[in-house]
Design a protein around this ligand. Structure first.
Ligand SMILES: [Mg+2]
Length: 392
């Protein structure tokens, strides 16, 4: 089968106030989507969601740029997927390129699986099971100045919905309100008390802490039995991660922005992480599987990053199902209706689990009217927030 057409669908939903999320000095104001669609000459179409942080219009431009090298080529030719550059961390243009490549890669997996009449996970590993555990990723709406206890309400709500694990964040910029590691750990204790001892709790530092504060938080989280501590310090501080991971028994995770195995390699070889977190929408399924297998040989787990919409969630879920060292899928709890209303088919997440079923491909389709129902709005997804005592 030959490729006859490639397109990119883009969309936006402006967040309702309750879906806006905050981290550090930023407030998200919208959710975006970018979906690569690849059509074969037998009428089959493959779909792959690219990480929209790369800017949906730039992603669409890159897919268009690659169209001449895809059209007319065999769907099964693995050599047609462009190579990611591994520059996502460095500059925005690089990230759009690699995210577009990830979308192309995912769309081709969906297309090949549909032509084979199999779910993607079975193409990746024929023994892969259909059931995948899902953790609620949220705890990202609380403002230390307004009412940090809203964090507790969020977590208790997710636990009530049946999730057995939840990931939380650090809230608004600590410098505005004199927040310390100790104060954060006291809030963590309150969350634990009200959510109950059975709930697994992970913390995402969003690369915000100094090495010293990260060590204090990590030791506190270890005492409290947290599941893992994600990206506590700057994303490029390899030495800092190696030292931190050596200093604590708590599992340290990261790598959500890396788009190639080669970016992960020094971090894996030096034991900077216990858990690697590539994302199919960021690096593609092909690269994610390679990263997962190398991580497995080093005794590391893979828990993918997955912070966009339902189609990306399905791509990551199929990879989790196929990798023996992957146990859980992330679900963004603040994405709003774009997350699940952008797709049809499949079964919803129920009590912290998803059944991928036996439908071919990723098992879902994009809604027919995506671009009219969720018209794309240009601009960055987040705005910087200023306060009276805003530090430079
Ligand atoms: Mg993260």
């Amino acid at each position: 089968m030959k490729i006859v057409k490639t397109t990119t669908l883009v969309g936006t939903r402006i967040h309702q106030r309750e879906d806006q999320w905050v981290t550090d000095r930023y407030r998200s104001v919208k959710a975006d989507i970018a979906v690569v669609v690849i059509e074969a000459d037998d009428g089959t179409t493959g779909i792959g969601e690219a990480c929209a942080y790369g800017n949906p219009l730039q992603i669409a431009d890159w897919v268009q740029w690659y169209a001449p090298s895809l059209i007319g080529r065999e769907v099964d030719d693995l050599g047609i997927v462009p190579a990611p550059t591994g520059s996502a961390l460095v500059h925005a243009v690089g990230s759009a390129h690699d995210f577009a490549v990830a979308g192309i890669d995912c769309a081709l997996w969906d297309l090949r699986a549909k032509q084979a009449g199999l779910p993607v996970r079975r193409l990746l590993d024929e023994r892969a099971s259909a059931e995948v555990d899902v953790y609620a990723s949220g705890g990202v709406r609380y403002d230390w100045r307004a009412d940090p206890r809203t964090l507790i309400e969020d977590v208790v709500g997710y636990a009530a919905d049946g999730y057995s694990a939840v990931k939380i964040r650090l809230g608004t910029y600590w410098g505005w309100d004199g927040v310390t590691p100790e104060r954060f750990l006291r809030l963590f204790d309150e969350v634990r008390r009200e959510a109950g001892p059975g709930l697994g709790l992970a913390v995402d530092g969003n690369s915000r802490l100094t090495r010293a504060d990260a060590l204090t938080v990590a030791r506190g989280l270890e005492e409290r039995g947290a599941l893992w501590f994600e990206e506590p310090i700057a994303k490029d501080d390899l030495e800092g991660y190696v030292e931190l991971n050596r200093s604590v028994g708590l599992r340290i995770s990261g790598g959500e922005s890396f788009t190639t195995l080669e970016q992960f390699r020094p971090w894996i070889e030096r034991g900077a992480f216990d858990i690697v977190q590539p994302d199919a929408g960021v690096c593609g399924i092909t690269e994610l599987m390679k990263i997962g297998r190398v991580a497995e040989r080093s005794g590391m787990e893979l828990i993918p990053h997955s912070w966009h919409n339902g189609l990306m969630g399905m791509a990551n879920a199929h990879a989790v199902a196929a990798l023996p060292n992957a146990s859980m899928l992330e679900e963004c709890m603040v994405q709003g209706p774009l997350k699940w209303d952008s797709i049809v088919g499949g079964t919803p997440v129920k009590e912290g689990r998803i059944d991928l079923g036996d439908a071919p491909g990723f098992g879902v389709e994009i809604i027919d009217d995506l671009e009219s129902r969720f018209p794309y709005v240009e601009g960055h997804y987040a705005v910087e927030v200023y306060r009276r005592d805003h530090a430079a």
